[in-house]
Design a protein around this ligand. Structure first.
Ligand code: PLP
Length: 433
Protein backbone atom coordinates (compact mmCIF):
# COMPACT_ATOMS: atom_id res chain seq x y z
CA UNK A 1 0.00 0.00 0.00
CA UNK A 2 1.69 3.16 -1.19
CA UNK A 3 0.76 6.30 0.70
CA UNK A 4 4.02 8.10 0.06
CA UNK A 5 2.93 10.20 -2.92
CA UNK A 6 -0.16 12.25 -3.59
CA UNK A 7 -0.59 10.46 -6.91
CA UNK A 8 -0.66 6.99 -5.37
CA UNK A 9 -3.08 8.04 -2.60
CA UNK A 10 -5.44 9.66 -5.11
CA UNK A 11 -5.26 6.58 -7.36
CA UNK A 12 -6.32 4.40 -4.43
CA UNK A 13 -9.00 6.92 -3.48
CA UNK A 14 -10.52 6.77 -6.96
CA UNK A 15 -11.11 3.04 -6.53
CA UNK A 16 -12.95 3.23 -3.21
CA UNK A 17 -14.32 6.79 -2.85
CA UNK A 18 -16.70 8.14 -5.52
CA UNK A 19 -14.78 10.75 -7.51
CA UNK A 20 -11.70 10.13 -5.39
CA UNK A 21 -12.59 12.64 -2.67
CA UNK A 22 -15.40 13.21 -0.18
CA UNK A 23 -17.08 15.83 -2.38
CA UNK A 24 -16.98 16.74 -6.04
CA UNK A 25 -15.63 20.17 -5.14
CA UNK A 26 -12.71 18.65 -3.28
CA UNK A 27 -11.93 16.41 -6.26
CA UNK A 28 -11.76 19.53 -8.43
CA UNK A 29 -8.36 20.18 -6.84
CA UNK A 30 -7.03 17.27 -8.97
CA UNK A 31 -7.66 19.29 -12.14
CA UNK A 32 -4.30 20.91 -11.37
CA UNK A 33 -2.61 17.66 -10.38
CA UNK A 34 -3.23 15.11 -7.64
CA UNK A 35 -2.84 16.27 -4.07
CA UNK A 36 -3.39 14.38 -0.82
CA UNK A 37 -2.77 16.22 2.41
CA UNK A 38 -1.24 14.88 5.57
CA UNK A 39 -0.44 17.88 7.78
CA UNK A 40 -1.39 21.47 8.40
CA UNK A 41 -0.06 24.19 10.62
CA UNK A 42 -0.75 27.92 10.82
CA UNK A 43 -1.23 29.09 7.23
CA UNK A 44 0.39 25.99 5.72
CA UNK A 45 -0.76 22.70 4.21
CA UNK A 46 1.59 19.79 3.56
CA UNK A 47 1.02 16.91 1.16
CA UNK A 48 1.96 13.28 1.81
CA UNK A 49 5.03 13.74 -0.35
CA UNK A 50 6.21 16.75 1.59
CA UNK A 51 5.10 19.52 -0.76
CA UNK A 52 4.10 22.69 1.12
CA UNK A 53 1.43 25.23 0.18
CA UNK A 54 0.16 28.40 1.76
CA UNK A 55 -3.50 27.61 2.27
CA UNK A 56 -6.09 30.05 0.89
CA UNK A 57 -8.77 27.40 0.76
CA UNK A 58 -8.89 26.93 4.54
CA UNK A 59 -11.31 24.03 4.22
CA UNK A 60 -13.95 26.25 2.53
CA UNK A 61 -13.67 28.75 5.38
CA UNK A 62 -13.74 27.26 8.89
CA UNK A 63 -10.07 27.84 9.69
CA UNK A 64 -10.24 31.40 10.97
CA UNK A 65 -7.47 31.34 13.58
CA UNK A 66 -5.06 29.27 11.49
CA UNK A 67 -4.51 25.52 11.31
CA UNK A 68 -3.80 23.88 14.66
CA UNK A 69 -4.38 26.94 16.85
CA UNK A 70 -2.74 25.77 20.12
CA UNK A 71 -5.45 26.98 22.55
CA UNK A 72 -8.24 25.44 20.46
CA UNK A 73 -6.43 22.14 20.00
CA UNK A 74 -5.49 21.97 23.69
CA UNK A 75 -9.12 22.51 24.68
CA UNK A 76 -10.23 19.72 22.32
CA UNK A 77 -7.53 17.34 23.60
CA UNK A 78 -8.38 18.06 27.25
CA UNK A 79 -12.02 17.28 26.49
CA UNK A 80 -11.07 13.94 24.92
CA UNK A 81 -9.17 13.10 28.11
CA UNK A 82 -12.28 13.84 30.17
CA UNK A 83 -14.68 11.83 27.98
CA UNK A 84 -15.54 11.87 24.31
CA UNK A 85 -19.33 11.59 24.18
CA UNK A 86 -22.16 11.42 26.69
CA UNK A 87 -25.14 11.78 24.36
CA UNK A 88 -27.50 12.00 27.35
CA UNK A 89 -28.86 14.93 29.36
CA UNK A 90 -26.60 17.97 29.03
CA UNK A 91 -23.10 19.13 29.95
CA UNK A 92 -21.75 22.31 31.51
CA UNK A 93 -19.72 22.84 28.34
CA UNK A 94 -22.84 22.78 26.19
CA UNK A 95 -24.49 25.39 28.40
CA UNK A 96 -21.39 27.58 28.42
CA UNK A 97 -21.13 27.66 24.60
CA UNK A 98 -24.86 28.28 24.25
CA UNK A 99 -24.55 31.21 26.68
CA UNK A 100 -21.62 32.58 24.69
CA UNK A 101 -23.64 32.43 21.46
CA UNK A 102 -26.58 34.15 23.18
CA UNK A 103 -24.24 36.88 24.45
CA UNK A 104 -22.66 37.40 21.05
CA UNK A 105 -25.42 37.20 18.43
CA UNK A 106 -28.26 39.75 18.44
CA UNK A 107 -30.77 37.14 17.19
CA UNK A 108 -29.81 34.39 19.64
CA UNK A 109 -32.10 33.82 22.61
CA UNK A 110 -31.83 30.02 22.56
CA UNK A 111 -29.44 27.63 20.81
CA UNK A 112 -29.44 24.06 19.52
CA UNK A 113 -26.15 22.49 18.46
CA UNK A 114 -25.58 20.17 15.53
CA UNK A 115 -22.61 19.15 13.40
CA UNK A 116 -22.88 20.90 10.06
CA UNK A 117 -24.26 23.97 8.36
CA UNK A 118 -26.60 21.73 6.38
CA UNK A 119 -28.20 20.45 9.57
CA UNK A 120 -28.45 23.98 10.94
CA UNK A 121 -30.38 25.33 7.92
CA UNK A 122 -32.58 22.23 7.88
CA UNK A 123 -33.51 22.73 11.54
CA UNK A 124 -34.11 26.45 10.96
CA UNK A 125 -36.51 25.80 8.08
CA UNK A 126 -38.36 23.12 10.02
CA UNK A 127 -38.76 25.50 12.98
CA UNK A 128 -40.02 28.25 10.66
CA UNK A 129 -42.48 25.98 8.84
CA UNK A 130 -43.81 24.63 12.11
CA UNK A 131 -44.34 28.16 13.42
CA UNK A 132 -46.16 29.44 10.33
CA UNK A 133 -47.86 26.21 9.30
CA UNK A 134 -46.82 27.12 5.75
CA UNK A 135 -44.66 25.13 3.33
CA UNK A 136 -43.15 27.53 0.80
CA UNK A 137 -39.52 28.59 1.28
CA UNK A 138 -38.14 31.75 -0.31
CA UNK A 139 -34.46 31.58 -1.13
CA UNK A 140 -32.11 33.62 -3.31
CA UNK A 141 -30.31 32.62 -6.47
CA UNK A 142 -26.63 31.88 -5.92
CA UNK A 143 -27.02 31.19 -2.19
CA UNK A 144 -25.92 27.78 -0.90
CA UNK A 145 -27.41 26.59 2.35
CA UNK A 146 -26.25 22.97 2.34
CA UNK A 147 -27.14 19.85 0.43
CA UNK A 148 -30.61 18.94 1.76
CA UNK A 149 -33.65 18.93 -0.53
CA UNK A 150 -35.18 22.07 1.01
CA UNK A 151 -32.38 24.31 -0.22
CA UNK A 152 -30.02 22.72 -2.74
CA UNK A 153 -31.84 24.65 -5.41
CA UNK A 154 -30.68 27.40 -7.81
CA UNK A 155 -27.24 27.75 -6.32
CA UNK A 156 -25.45 27.60 -9.68
CA UNK A 157 -28.25 27.43 -12.26
CA UNK A 158 -27.18 27.54 -15.90
CA UNK A 159 -28.07 30.79 -17.67
CA UNK A 160 -31.18 29.29 -19.28
CA UNK A 161 -32.55 28.27 -15.84
CA UNK A 162 -32.02 31.63 -14.13
CA UNK A 163 -35.27 32.75 -12.52
CA UNK A 164 -36.57 29.18 -12.23
CA UNK A 165 -36.27 26.63 -9.45
CA UNK A 166 -33.32 24.53 -10.48
CA UNK A 167 -32.49 21.42 -8.39
CA UNK A 168 -28.73 21.08 -8.04
CA UNK A 169 -28.77 17.30 -7.61
CA UNK A 170 -30.40 14.29 -9.13
CA UNK A 171 -32.56 12.35 -6.71
CA UNK A 172 -34.14 15.32 -4.98
CA UNK A 173 -37.77 15.23 -3.91
CA UNK A 174 -39.76 17.15 -6.58
CA UNK A 175 -42.21 18.39 -3.92
CA UNK A 176 -39.36 20.05 -2.05
CA UNK A 177 -38.31 21.83 -5.21
CA UNK A 178 -41.91 22.79 -5.98
CA UNK A 179 -42.23 24.35 -2.54
CA UNK A 180 -39.29 26.65 -3.14
CA UNK A 181 -39.49 30.11 -4.62
CA UNK A 182 -36.22 31.51 -5.94
CA UNK A 183 -35.64 35.26 -6.11
CA UNK A 184 -32.72 37.38 -7.30
CA UNK A 185 -30.50 38.64 -4.48
CA UNK A 186 -30.66 42.42 -3.93
CA UNK A 187 -34.13 42.66 -5.50
CA UNK A 188 -36.24 44.15 -2.70
CA UNK A 189 -39.22 44.59 -5.00
CA UNK A 190 -39.24 40.88 -5.87
CA UNK A 191 -39.48 40.09 -2.15
CA UNK A 192 -42.47 42.38 -1.66
CA UNK A 193 -44.11 40.97 -4.81
CA UNK A 194 -43.56 37.37 -3.67
CA UNK A 195 -45.36 38.10 -0.40
CA UNK A 196 -48.20 39.71 -2.36
CA UNK A 197 -48.44 36.67 -4.65
CA UNK A 198 -48.11 33.79 -2.17
CA UNK A 199 -50.00 33.37 1.07
CA UNK A 200 -48.22 30.14 2.01
CA UNK A 201 -44.68 31.35 2.69
CA UNK A 202 -43.25 29.47 5.64
CA UNK A 203 -39.65 30.67 5.76
CA UNK A 204 -37.23 33.07 4.09
CA UNK A 205 -33.57 32.09 4.06
CA UNK A 206 -30.67 34.24 2.95
CA UNK A 207 -26.90 34.57 3.29
CA UNK A 208 -26.45 38.18 4.44
CA UNK A 209 -23.37 38.28 2.19
CA UNK A 210 -23.69 35.52 -0.40
CA UNK A 211 -20.23 33.95 -0.49
CA UNK A 212 -21.28 30.85 -2.37
CA UNK A 213 -20.67 32.83 -5.56
CA UNK A 214 -17.48 34.50 -4.27
CA UNK A 215 -19.14 37.60 -2.86
CA UNK A 216 -22.28 39.65 -3.40
CA UNK A 217 -22.69 42.63 -1.10
CA UNK A 218 -26.25 43.59 -0.09
CA UNK A 219 -27.48 46.91 -1.48
CA UNK A 220 -28.53 49.41 1.12
CA UNK A 221 -32.10 48.66 2.07
CA UNK A 222 -32.31 45.12 0.66
CA UNK A 223 -31.91 43.19 3.90
CA UNK A 224 -33.94 45.87 5.69
CA UNK A 225 -36.83 45.28 3.26
CA UNK A 226 -36.47 41.56 3.80
CA UNK A 227 -36.66 42.15 7.55
CA UNK A 228 -39.67 44.47 7.35
CA UNK A 229 -41.64 42.32 4.90
CA UNK A 230 -41.10 39.07 6.80
CA UNK A 231 -42.00 40.78 10.09
CA UNK A 232 -45.19 42.27 8.61
CA UNK A 233 -46.21 38.79 7.43
CA UNK A 234 -45.03 37.05 10.61
CA UNK A 235 -42.77 34.72 8.61
CA UNK A 236 -39.41 33.86 10.20
CA UNK A 237 -36.36 35.34 8.49
CA UNK A 238 -33.38 32.97 8.60
CA UNK A 239 -29.86 34.30 8.14
CA UNK A 240 -27.44 31.66 7.01
CA UNK A 241 -24.27 32.88 8.73
CA UNK A 242 -22.38 29.65 8.13
CA UNK A 243 -19.59 31.58 6.38
CA UNK A 244 -20.06 35.12 7.69
CA UNK A 245 -20.60 34.26 11.38
CA UNK A 246 -17.35 34.44 13.38
CA UNK A 247 -15.36 35.26 10.23
CA UNK A 248 -16.61 38.76 9.46
CA UNK A 249 -17.73 39.53 12.99
CA UNK A 250 -17.68 37.77 16.34
CA UNK A 251 -21.27 38.99 16.76
CA UNK A 252 -22.39 37.84 13.33
CA UNK A 253 -22.91 39.82 10.15
CA UNK A 254 -26.35 40.67 11.55
CA UNK A 255 -24.66 42.86 14.15
CA UNK A 256 -22.52 44.66 11.56
CA UNK A 257 -25.50 45.23 9.26
CA UNK A 258 -27.96 46.11 12.02
CA UNK A 259 -30.54 43.62 10.72
CA UNK A 260 -31.64 40.98 13.23
CA UNK A 261 -33.14 37.79 11.79
CA UNK A 262 -35.47 35.46 13.70
CA UNK A 263 -33.26 32.41 13.25
CA UNK A 264 -29.57 32.01 12.41
CA UNK A 265 -27.56 29.07 11.11
CA UNK A 266 -23.94 28.90 12.32
CA UNK A 267 -21.07 26.52 11.54
CA UNK A 268 -17.59 26.76 9.93
CA UNK A 269 -15.53 29.41 11.78
CA UNK A 270 -17.40 28.64 14.99
CA UNK A 271 -15.02 25.77 15.77
CA UNK A 272 -11.88 26.65 13.76
CA UNK A 273 -12.11 23.36 11.87
CA UNK A 274 -13.79 21.08 14.42
CA UNK A 275 -17.26 19.82 13.49
CA UNK A 276 -19.70 22.02 15.36
CA UNK A 277 -22.71 24.01 14.18
CA UNK A 278 -25.82 25.59 15.63
CA UNK A 279 -29.25 26.95 14.95
CA UNK A 280 -30.21 29.79 17.23
CA UNK A 281 -32.88 32.45 17.42
CA UNK A 282 -36.02 33.78 19.00
CA UNK A 283 -37.11 31.98 22.12
CA UNK A 284 -40.66 31.22 20.94
CA UNK A 285 -39.36 29.69 17.68
CA UNK A 286 -36.59 27.70 19.32
CA UNK A 287 -38.81 26.53 22.19
CA UNK A 288 -40.84 24.53 19.66
CA UNK A 289 -37.94 22.05 19.81
CA UNK A 290 -38.33 21.60 23.56
CA UNK A 291 -40.72 18.64 23.28
CA UNK A 292 -40.17 14.95 23.84
CA UNK A 293 -39.25 13.92 20.29
CA UNK A 294 -42.81 12.89 19.53
CA UNK A 295 -44.37 16.34 19.60
CA UNK A 296 -43.43 19.86 18.59
CA UNK A 297 -40.41 20.21 16.33
CA UNK A 298 -38.01 17.31 16.44
CA UNK A 299 -34.36 18.32 16.49
CA UNK A 300 -32.20 15.31 17.04
CA UNK A 301 -28.76 13.84 16.44
CA UNK A 302 -26.54 11.35 18.27
CA UNK A 303 -23.50 13.60 17.91
CA UNK A 304 -25.28 16.93 18.39
CA UNK A 305 -23.51 18.97 21.04
CA UNK A 306 -20.40 16.82 20.68
CA UNK A 307 -17.99 17.79 23.48
CA UNK A 308 -14.91 17.92 21.25
CA UNK A 309 -16.53 20.33 18.79
CA UNK A 310 -17.96 22.39 21.63
CA UNK A 311 -14.60 22.62 23.40
CA UNK A 312 -13.14 23.94 20.14
CA UNK A 313 -16.06 26.35 19.77
CA UNK A 314 -15.72 27.60 23.34
CA UNK A 315 -12.06 28.41 22.82
CA UNK A 316 -12.51 29.80 19.29
CA UNK A 317 -15.28 32.15 20.46
CA UNK A 318 -13.19 33.18 23.46
CA UNK A 319 -10.21 34.05 21.23
CA UNK A 320 -12.42 35.86 18.70
CA UNK A 321 -13.97 37.94 21.50
CA UNK A 322 -10.72 38.70 23.34
CA UNK A 323 -8.27 39.29 20.48
CA UNK A 324 -8.35 41.64 17.48
CA UNK A 325 -8.63 38.67 15.09
CA UNK A 326 -11.45 39.97 12.91
CA UNK A 327 -9.97 43.48 12.65
CA UNK A 328 -6.59 42.07 11.62
CA UNK A 329 -7.81 39.53 9.06
CA UNK A 330 -10.21 42.12 7.64
CA UNK A 331 -7.39 44.65 7.23
CA UNK A 332 -5.21 41.98 5.62
CA UNK A 333 -8.05 41.04 3.27
CA UNK A 334 -8.24 44.64 2.14
CA UNK A 335 -4.55 44.56 1.26
CA UNK A 336 -4.89 41.34 -0.75
CA UNK A 337 -7.79 42.87 -2.68
CA UNK A 338 -5.94 46.16 -3.26
CA UNK A 339 -2.78 44.32 -4.27
CA UNK A 340 -4.58 42.09 -6.77
CA UNK A 341 -6.56 45.02 -8.08
CA UNK A 342 -3.33 46.92 -8.75
CA UNK A 343 -1.87 43.90 -10.55
CA UNK A 344 -4.97 43.53 -12.74
CA UNK A 345 -4.54 47.19 -13.82
CA UNK A 346 -0.80 46.90 -14.27
CA UNK A 347 -1.11 43.85 -16.52
CA UNK A 348 -4.15 45.20 -18.38
CA UNK A 349 -6.29 42.24 -17.31
CA UNK A 350 -10.03 42.54 -17.80
CA UNK A 351 -11.62 41.61 -14.51
CA UNK A 352 -12.34 42.66 -10.96
CA UNK A 353 -11.41 41.62 -7.46
CA UNK A 354 -14.38 41.00 -5.21
CA UNK A 355 -14.62 40.15 -1.54
CA UNK A 356 -15.39 41.28 1.95
CA UNK A 357 -13.36 41.16 5.14
CA UNK A 358 -10.98 38.19 5.06
CA UNK A 359 -12.49 36.80 1.85
CA UNK A 360 -11.35 37.70 -1.65
CA UNK A 361 -11.62 36.45 -5.18
CA UNK A 362 -10.14 37.56 -8.47
CA UNK A 363 -12.75 37.34 -11.23
CA UNK A 364 -11.69 37.35 -14.88
CA UNK A 365 -13.61 38.65 -17.89
CA UNK A 366 -16.20 40.66 -15.94
CA UNK A 367 -16.30 44.23 -14.69
CA UNK A 368 -18.50 46.36 -12.43
CA UNK A 369 -19.91 45.48 -9.02
CA UNK A 370 -21.72 42.14 -8.91
CA UNK A 371 -25.15 42.53 -7.33
CA UNK A 372 -26.91 39.30 -8.14
CA UNK A 373 -26.19 35.80 -9.40
CA UNK A 374 -26.50 36.76 -13.07
CA UNK A 375 -23.55 39.14 -12.65
CA UNK A 376 -21.17 36.25 -12.05
CA UNK A 377 -22.44 34.07 -14.88
CA UNK A 378 -19.90 35.44 -17.33
CA UNK A 379 -16.75 34.63 -15.36
CA UNK A 380 -13.87 33.49 -17.53
CA UNK A 381 -13.31 30.05 -16.01
CA UNK A 382 -10.37 29.17 -18.25
CA UNK A 383 -8.39 32.19 -17.10
CA UNK A 384 -9.21 31.51 -13.49
CA UNK A 385 -7.97 27.94 -13.81
CA UNK A 386 -4.79 29.20 -15.51
CA UNK A 387 -4.32 31.64 -12.60
CA UNK A 388 -4.94 28.92 -10.01
CA UNK A 389 -2.48 26.63 -11.83
CA UNK A 390 0.27 29.27 -11.84
CA UNK A 391 -0.37 30.04 -8.16
CA UNK A 392 -0.35 26.33 -7.23
CA UNK A 393 2.99 25.90 -9.04
CA UNK A 394 4.33 28.74 -6.87
CA UNK A 395 3.09 27.24 -3.60
CA UNK A 396 -0.36 28.81 -3.08
CA UNK A 397 -3.33 26.50 -2.71
CA UNK A 398 -6.94 27.21 -3.56
CA UNK A 399 -9.62 25.37 -5.51
CA UNK A 400 -9.53 25.97 -9.29
CA UNK A 401 -13.20 26.95 -9.29
CA UNK A 402 -13.90 30.61 -10.11
CA UNK A 403 -16.91 30.69 -7.76
CA UNK A 404 -14.94 29.53 -4.75
CA UNK A 405 -13.55 32.43 -2.78
CA UNK A 406 -10.17 32.49 -1.05
CA UNK A 407 -9.93 32.98 2.72
CA UNK A 408 -7.40 34.33 5.19
CA UNK A 409 -6.76 33.23 8.74
CA UNK A 410 -5.14 34.92 11.72
CA UNK A 411 -2.01 32.91 10.92
CA UNK A 412 -1.63 34.72 7.58
CA UNK A 413 0.46 37.88 7.68
CA UNK A 414 2.90 40.15 5.85
CA UNK A 415 5.12 37.30 4.63
CA UNK A 416 2.18 35.45 3.04
CA UNK A 417 0.84 38.66 1.49
CA UNK A 418 4.19 39.45 -0.04
CA UNK A 419 4.78 36.02 -1.54
CA UNK A 420 1.18 35.78 -2.78
CA UNK A 421 1.35 39.12 -4.59
CA UNK A 422 4.79 38.37 -6.03
CA UNK A 423 3.44 35.07 -7.39
CA UNK A 424 0.26 36.74 -8.68
CA UNK A 425 2.40 39.35 -10.43
CA UNK A 426 4.33 36.63 -12.25
CA UNK A 427 1.24 34.58 -13.10
CA UNK A 428 -0.90 37.50 -14.26
CA UNK A 429 2.05 38.77 -16.30
CA UNK A 430 2.22 35.43 -18.09
CA UNK A 431 -1.51 35.29 -19.00
CA UNK A 432 -2.36 36.43 -22.52
CA UNK A 433 -4.17 39.81 -22.28
N1 PLP B 1 -24.48 27.57 4.28
C1 PLP B 1 -23.45 28.16 3.68
C2 PLP B 1 -23.51 29.65 3.41
C3 PLP B 1 -22.34 27.41 3.29
O1 PLP B 1 -21.33 27.99 2.64
C4 PLP B 1 -22.33 26.02 3.57
C5 PLP B 1 -21.19 25.19 3.16
O2 PLP B 1 -20.33 25.57 2.42
C6 PLP B 1 -23.43 25.46 4.21
C7 PLP B 1 -24.49 26.26 4.56
C8 PLP B 1 -23.46 24.00 4.53
O3 PLP B 1 -22.57 23.76 5.57
P1 PLP B 1 -21.93 22.31 5.76
O4 PLP B 1 -21.01 22.07 4.61
O5 PLP B 1 -21.22 22.41 7.10
O6 PLP B 1 -23.04 21.33 5.80
Amino acid sequence: MDDTTSRSVVERARAVIPGGAQTGLRAQAYDLGEVAFSESSGPTLETVDGEEFTDYHLAFGPIVLGHGHPAVDDAAKATIDDGVLYGAATTALEVEVAERVVDLLPSAEMVNFCNSGTEATYHAIRLARAYTGNDRVLKFEGCYHGWHDYVDISVYPPRERVGETHPESDGMLPEAVDHTEVLPFNDAEAVVEAFAEFDDIGAVICEPIPHSVDCLVPDEGFLETLRETTAENDVPLIFDEVITGFRHSARGMQHELGVTPDLTALAKAMGNGYPVAAVCGREDLMAQAGGDNTSGVVISGTYSGHPVGLAAASETLRVLSAEPVIEEITALGERYREGLDGLFSEHGIEGRVVGYGSVFSPQFGVTGEPQRYEDVLGLDEERFVAFARGMRERGHFFTPNPYKRQHLSWAHGEAELETYLAAADAVLGSLPV
